[in-house]
Write a protein that binds this ligand. Structure first.
Ligand code: PNS
Length: 159
């Protein structure tokens, strides 16, 4: 079985993430959305909230599941017999960081990374911008799944 992981902070999952996940699900037998703790980023949503939003947004993809992990991504891959990491590449500005992580993950445990070009329509999209726009009441309805939109509105209302 060909398995891949789509890792990220997913704080929250966006339509750009989903585009990559959907396309990866057509290339692999099983794709895991791995909600990882990124120690260099502070979060808006709890890990449990992120998992729920990712699950709700991917119910239409039968070979996609959602999991979480707080250690090294390569250790998750090894313990689940996953040989490929799939990540979206929005623009050249993503490249240096993604290449560095891809090469480190290859060096650490021999896990390959496939960088998938995002649709141009999503090249400007990031979770951090979504959080900021939503915080100030901007319209992000075209950028995130419905469940995320509702969750952002609840967070904004609860301030
Ligand atoms: O969505 P993000 O924050 O850009 O995703 C980055 C993420 C979570 C994929 C990366 O920080 C990661 O893999 N974290 C897990 C810990 C790890 O393996 N670190 C070494 C990376 S070479």
């Amino acid at each position: 079985m060909r398995k891949a992981v789509c890792p990220g902070s997913f704080d929250p999952i966006t339509n750009g993430h989903l585009d990559v996940i959907e396309r990866a699900s057509g290339l692999f037998d099983e794709v895991t959305i791995a909600v990882l703790v990124n120690s260099s980023k502070s979060g808006l949503f709890t890990i449990e909230e992120r998992i729920k939003m990712a699950k709700d947004a991917s119910t239409h993809l039968p070979n996609v599941k959602v999991d979480t992990w707080s250690g090294l991504l390569v250790d998750y891959c090894k313990s689940h017999d996953i040989r490929a990491i799939v990540k979206g590449l929005r623009a050249v500005s993503d490249f240096d960081y993604e290449l560095q992580m891809a090469q480190m993950n290859l060096q650490l445990k021999g896990v390959d990374t496939l960088l998938m070009a995002t649709k141009p329509a999503y090249s400007f999209l990031s979770s951090s911008l979504v959080r900021e726009i939503a915080r100030y009441g901007g319209d992000v309805s075209a950028l995130v799944p419905t469940g995320v939109l509702n969750a952002l509105q609840e967070k904004a209302g609860g301030k």
